[in-house]
Design a protein around this ligand. Structure first.
Ligand SMILES: C[S@@+](CC[C@H](N)C(=O)[O-])C[C@H]1O[C@@H](n2cnc3c(N)ncnc32)[C@H](O)[C@@H]1O
Length: 297
């Protein structure tokens, strides 16, 4: 029996059109084997992505720096009742609930996955609270219309060109002086050799079944600055997503126990999660989590 989350993994498919020529790791087999996207509407179903396996097991906190880094991000964004807020990729709605508890003037979630969005709409629907099913690269919102934008664990899974498009969209919709917060997977140290970086990205893509493309802290700040942002705060945390201690900190003891039970009773998912943890542990010295708040100047 699955705890709390009765929807199947099918509801969590990424349906975003991929960029023509974008490299997609081919899945099982040779890690260097890859194929190029020929059409810009690759909507292939994928029930295998690591974060949705975790969601299926009952996990709600699906970001690399855990609840601890999310709380720092939200604190640094200083959300108040005067703010029009946009969240990119609310996913399971964990951070949305923290934000809504601060009673912002308005909240808009931009979620690409139709079924995750439908689920969010069940609780987030009123005049000033809404979910838009769209890519964060194209929010459909007016320019200079919001005070604060944030997104977690969603830029990492985009190719660099699309990362810039999404950051550019945050810039476009923010009022001057508005804040943009991100919480993403990081690589360390800043001078990690390119060869090691791409080997690690390939290994993560193979295990999580998402084209994870983390950046170093220097690269995350750089990509934000290139789109016109000024960095206000930068926090890091260890990347311990699948470690027992972090699981309890993030989910609380009872949910953590139920997640453990679900994992134990689902051998296929268990195997995948153990492999993911093995990869994270193997690369622990080169992985971290980064939360940055930047200002539109
Ligand atoms: C790893 S989950 C993180 C969810 C949530 N932000 C969290 O930290 O728990 C990734 C989420 O990003 C969404 N997503 C991926 N690309 C997106 C895009 N271009 N625009 C909006 N949402 C996107 C996925 O549908 C999924 O909900």
């Amino acid at each position: 029996m699955l705890f709390n989350y009765t929807k199947t993994a099918e509801m969590y498919q990424i349906k975003e059109p991929r960029a023509i020529g974008e490299e997609v790791f081919a899945g099982k087999g040779n890690p260097v084997k890859s194929k190029k996207v020929k059409s810009n509407f690759n909507r292939k179903m994928n029930t295998e992505q690591g974060h949705w396996i975790l969601a299926k097991m009952g996990k709600k906190v699906l970001r690399p720096g855990g609840k601890e880094l999310t709380l720092k991000l939200i604190r640094n964004l200083n959300i108040s009742s005067k703010d029009d807020i946009v969240e990119f990729a609310p996913g399971m709605g964990y951070t949305a609930s923290l934000t809504l508890a601060k009673k912002p003037k308005s909240y808009t979630g931009i979620e690409l996955n139709e079924e995750a969005a439908a689920n969010l709409k069940k609780t987030i629907h009123s005049e000033n609270r809404k979910i838009i099913v769209s890519s964060a690269a194209n929010t459909t919102l007016k320019s200079k219309s919001v005070d604060k934008v944030y997104g977690e664990a969603m830029l990492t899974m985009q190719i660099d060109a699309r990362k810039s498009e999404i950051i550019g969209e945050a810039y476009r919709i923010l009022k001057p002086g508005g804040l943009y917060g991100i919480h993403e997977l990081g690589l360390t140290p800043n001078d990690l050799p390119e060869k090691k970086k791409s080997a690690l990205q390939r290994e993560l893509a193979m295990e999580i079944k998402v084209n994870a493309r983390p950046l170093t802290v220097a690269e995350w700040t750089d990509i934000l600055e290139k789109e016109g942002f000024r960095i206000l705060s930068l926090e890091t945390n260890a990347m311990l997503l699948l470690e027992k201690k972090r699981m309890i900190e993030d989910e609380g003891i009872f949910r953590a126990l139920k997640i453990a039970f679900n994992i134990l009773t689902h051998p296929k998912e268990r195997k995948r999660l153990l492999n993911m943890r093995k990869t994270f542990r193997k690369n622990q010295d080169h992985l971290n989590a980064v939360a940055i708040v930047a200002e539109k100047v």
